[in-house]
Design a protein around this ligand. Sequence first.
Ligand code: ZN
Length: 214
Amino acid sequence: MAFGLMAVCNQAEQTLVNLARTASFLYHSSMDILTLGSDVLHQKAAPVENIKKDSRKWHEIAAMMLEAVKAGKGVGLAGPQIGLMQRIFVVSIEGDDPRVFINPSIIETSTETVKYEEGCLSIPGIWADVVRPKTVKVQAWNEKGGAFTLEARGLLARVILHEYDHLEGVLFIDRLSEHKRKKILDKTAKMASTRRARAGGKAAPDKQASDERT
Ligand code: ZN
C-alpha cells in the first residue's frame, strides 16, 4: 500500500517535472535546432503524458516543429533536436501529408535492409549512407491523442527510423563504422572552427540549403 502511494506520488511528481519542462520549452521557444556537440542529442526522451488533455499544446508544438522542418528544408524533426526531451517527432515529405508521431513504438521492421544517404538538421553539411530496414510498422498517437498504426516503406520508413533514433538519443552517425564516424566528427569540428573564425569568434548560423535532412 505504501509502495503504491509512493508510486502514485512519484508519478505525479514526474508529471509535474514533464509539464514544467514543456512549459519552459514553450516560453523560451525560438525553435533553434540543436547541433552536434549538444549533450541532449545523446539523451533519451521521456514519454508524453495526457496527450488528449493537452492536445492544444501538442498541436502548437507540432505546428512549430513542422514550420522548423520547412524552414530548414528538412523532412523530419524530433523533440530532442529543439531541446524538448519528450517523445514526439514530425515528418514532412513532399507529396505526403505532414505527420505527427507521439510516444511511437516500432512494432516491426523488415529483415531486408537498404542503404540510403542521410543528413540531419542537427548535423548540417554532413551526409552519409546509412543501412536501415526497408519497411517499418509503427504505432503512435497524433497531436489530438488519436492512436494509429502505420506501415511505411521508402523515404517515409527511413525518416521514421531516423527520427525514432533521435528519441533514443541516437544520431545517424552513430550507425556508421567507427572510422567513418570519426572522420565526420573531425570534419564537423573543422567546419565549426572555420565558422567561428569567419564570425570573428561568434558562431555563425549554418546555411541549410539541402533537402531530405531530418
Ligand atoms: Zn536527425
